[in-house]
Design a protein. Structure first.
Length: 113
């Protein structure tokens, strides 16, 4: 059982992408959901999180550029990524933050300079 991430792609630096994370209502529940990323040779890191009440937190590296939001009715969490940088290149995953599920395949984001 997983949350499904989509919306990745290849963009030039300064571009934007919006990622979507979809799960069934039963697994979405009222948990906090996070977007994570993993670049080759690096550990997976939390990029942004949002709880059921809409409170958000961000890694310092993406503050002011990324925005996380959720639509509970659609069991979907979004990550709007603006002003992308080559350092944002990674595979992006979503998961429940405090009762994680399987990681799934994620979605690739590639930013060229």
């Amino acid at each position: 059982v997983q949350l499904q991430a989509s919306g990745g792609g290849s963009v030039q630096a300064g571009g934007s992408l919006r990622l979507s994370c979809v799960g069934s209502r039963s697994i979405f529940r009222a948990d906090a959901v996070g977007w994570y990323r993993q670049a080759p040779g690096r550990q997976r890191e939390l990029v942004a999180g949002i709880n059921s009440g809409g409170q958000t937190n961000y890694a310092d590296s993406v503050k002011g550029r990324f925005t996380i939001s959720r639509d509970n009715a659609k069991s979907t969490v979004y990550l709007q990524m603006n002003n992308l940088k080559p350092g944002d290149t990674a595979r992006y995953y979503c998961n429940r933050m405090y009762s994680p599920l399987g990681w799934g395949q994620g979605t690739q984001v590639t930013v060229s300079s």
